[in-house]
Design a protein around this ligand. Structure first.
Ligand code: ATP
Length: 366
């Protein structure tokens, strides 16, 4: 993978970045380019290095080796104050003894801006984040979502080139989180500010990002648009971490064909694994078809509907293809399909797996 994939004139560049905590190698040779105006999410499980990478970019926890360029300037050894970013933390980190207006204007006061200019800018920012009347309150008098919007206004006050968001939504309850997510994205697009957000929430990353950087154990597994990450994961880790995926142990039967027990699947992209090699066949639950299936449809099998879990607008079913003992596949059917086709536990139904929806990964070494 090349870091500069699709980024002609990056605003932020990270090259060969390494970070160690004692003997622990937290970031390994990270390469990353972010375009001007882009919204990028760092996504990955707890401990994969997302926050460490964000803090290294900010200069808050300098790297051991590697280069960071922001806006064409090499800031690898620059202190945070010379890196032109605003930052928002999960815990808001507002000054509790200062009013909302003073919190927002803090960076401008530090820069010695004239009082009238600060007042005008603070009013502008509070209006921008939807809190025009709240300037004289103290942070403790606001809800969590409101406090986070104040933190956002504060981060934007000096019009930084780069906005860094470290899990800004994870302390909020579900409804507020979704609302603020949409507001942050809209604001980012309105201002065009280059933004990096750390999250472990895949839905958040898929909904907000132009591109997602999926991290695991201190390395970047894949960089891509939400559609690429979800639809064309390059590694089993990405496939498994983002969305649901069934993995089946399989053997390559020939070009474009893999066998799972007694079942043979046609696959559109078999990644060139040689015949006889062990692979893993991966399929997304929502790509399994059960409506209007033709007799000659590729990858058409009979399957028993095992457990059926109602999840609101859709149901998740466990399929057990007949004639292939032990093979279990997760499928999702819309609530409409369940009703129209009267799908129920214990039925045996025809299902099919479109070849282009199947992915083949290298198998576990034996
Ligand atoms: P989370 O979502 O849990 O915050 P993360 O992906 O942001 O996870 P980091 O906080 O970047 O993870 O941490 C990466 C690894 O580095 C973890 O294993 C963590 O324990 C370790 N680490 C982070 N900060 C320090 C530190 N100051 N000293 C020692 N180890 C650290």
């Amino acid at each position: 993978m090349t870091a500069s994939e699709g980024v002609a004139n990056p605003f932020l560049s990270v090259r060969k970045l390494n970070k160690l905590f004692g003997a622990f190698h937290a970031l390994k040779d990270i390469d990353l380019d972010v375009a001007r105006g882009e919204f990028v999410c760092f996504l990955g499980p707890s401990g994969c290095g997302k926050t460490t990478l964000l803090r290294a970019i900010a200069g808050l926890d300098p790297q051991n080796s590697g280069q960071i360029t922001i806006g064409g300037r090499d800031v690898s050894n620059a202190p945070p104050s010379e890196r032109d970013f605003g930052i928002v933390f999960q815990s808001y980190a507002l000054f509790p003894n200062l009013t909302v207006a003073k919190n927002v204007g803090y960076g401008l006061v530090n820069r010695g801006r004239p009082r009238a200019e600060i007042a005008a800018r603070v009013a502008e920012l509070l209006a921008l984040v939807g809190l025009p009347e709240q300037g004289e309150k103290f942070p403790g008098q606001l809800s969590g979502g409101q406090q986070q919007r104040v933190a956002l206004a504060r981060a934007l006050a000096t019009s930084p080139g780069l906005l860094l968001l470290d899990e800004p939504l994870s302390a909020l309850d579900a409804k507020v989180r979704v609302r603020l997510r949409d507001q942050i994205r809209a604001l980012q697009q309105q201002l065009g500010v280059t933004t990096i957000m750390v999250t472990h929430d895949q839905e958040e990353a898929l909904a907000m990002a132009d591109r997602i950087v999926v991290m695991n154990h201190g390395v970047i597994e894949q960089i891509g648009s939400p559609a690429e990450i979800y639809g064309a994961p390059k590694t089993p880790f990405v496939a498994d971490f983002v969305g649901h995926m069934t993995f089946l142990d399989a053997v390559v039967a020939g070009p474009g064909r893999v066998r799972v027990g007694a079942l043979e699947f046609l696959v559109a992209g078999d990644a060139g694994h040689p015949a006889g090699s062990s692979v893993r066949l991966a399929m997304r639950p929502e790509t399994v078809r059960t409506r209007s299936i033709r007799d000659d449809e590729p990858n058409r099998f009979e399957a028993r509907i095992g457990e059926l879990a109602f999840l609101g607008s859709f149901c998740r079913a466990t399929l057990e293809p007949t004639g292939s003992a032990g093979c279990r596949i997760t499928a999702e059917f819309s609530a409409n399909a369940i009703r129209d086709l009267a799908i129920a536990e214990g039925q045996v139904r025809a299902v099919s797996f479109p070849p282009e929806s199947l992915r083949v990964f290298a198998g576990f070494p034996s």
